[in-house]
Design a protein around this ligand. Structure first.
Ligand code: ZN
Length: 245
């Protein structure tokens, strides 16, 4: 499944960088806020998950996000998420960058994680610096949640569809990609413009570029190695290849 060249590069690597895309959480059954399936349980996510909806249809916006958070009680990390936790322990420097906002990497146990689109299980105040992690397993919030510190409205701590990823976050992940010896793109499609060049930044600076995806993508054509398949099925084989022999 993987070339000896890749395995040897990984075994020697001090620092690696991985980017996980939406496919990773869709495989676990998460709603597709950033995906192609915009209708979820009668909610039009393309309209709901926007700053515009938050400001102008606030009740409907929060009703939808409460429903998504409750649905996460039944969505679990898959073998791909757990394999990345295994990989994290094998490298001195390990940068896991994710487009997923569903907290599944953290639930699985990933620690060194950059969440480009934020985290849907976290709330933050629209006015002050208050934020909190919601207990999804006992989630029972309804209505429009208010900040306990200043009384303003809380919002889900994610990058909404009509918002942009912060520049300092983009700069940090570019730096991680540029200094890594191996770059692995996992289940990424429709990446936001700001980070679509990340594999090329890595490869341009000498990294070996592996792409894992269920379908051929534009970037896969430029990868040193492309493995076709689902993240949850492929990643455990990568862990095995690195621990055997
Ligand atoms: Zn506040």
């Amino acid at each position: 499944m993987f070339t000896p060249n890749l395995i040897s590069r990984l075994k020697k690597a001090y620092q690696i960088c991985l980017l996980t895309g939406y496919e990773m959480s869709f495989e676990s059954g998460a709603p597709q806020i950033h995906g192609k399936e915009h209708i979820w349980n009668n909610y039009n996510l393309a309209k709901l998950a926007t700053l515009n909806a938050m400001q102008n249809n606030t009740e409907e916006f929060w009703e939808g996000f409460h429903a998504i958070r409750k649905s996460l009680q039944n969505i679990k990390p898959n073998l791909g998420h757990y394999s990345l936790v295994d990989l994290e322990s094998m490298f001195k420097k390990f940068y896991l960058i994710t487009l997923n906002e569903y907290n599944l990497h953290r639930v699985a146990g990933s620690k060194r994680l950059a969440e480009l689109n934020g985290n849907i299980t976290r709330s933050r105040c629209t006015q002050c610096d208050f934020n909190r992690n919601e207990e999804i397993q006992n989630y029972n919030l309804t209505g429009i949640p208010k900040c306990p510190k200043c009384g303003s409205m809380l919002r889900p701590d994610i990058v909404l569809l009509d918002e942009k990823i912060q520049q300092r976050t983009i700069d940090a992940v570019n730096q991680a990609a540029a200094t890594s010896e191996v770059f692995i793109s996992i289940g990424v499609s429709n990446a936001p413009k700001a980070i679509e060049n990340l594999p090329f930044v890595a490869k341009g600076n000498g990294a070996y570029f592996l792409e894992i995806n269920t379908h051929n993508t534009e970037s896969a054509a430029h990868a040193n190695e492309f493995v076709k398949g689902e993240c949850g099925k492929i990643l455990p084989h990568l862990v095995t290849a690195l621990t055997d022999s």
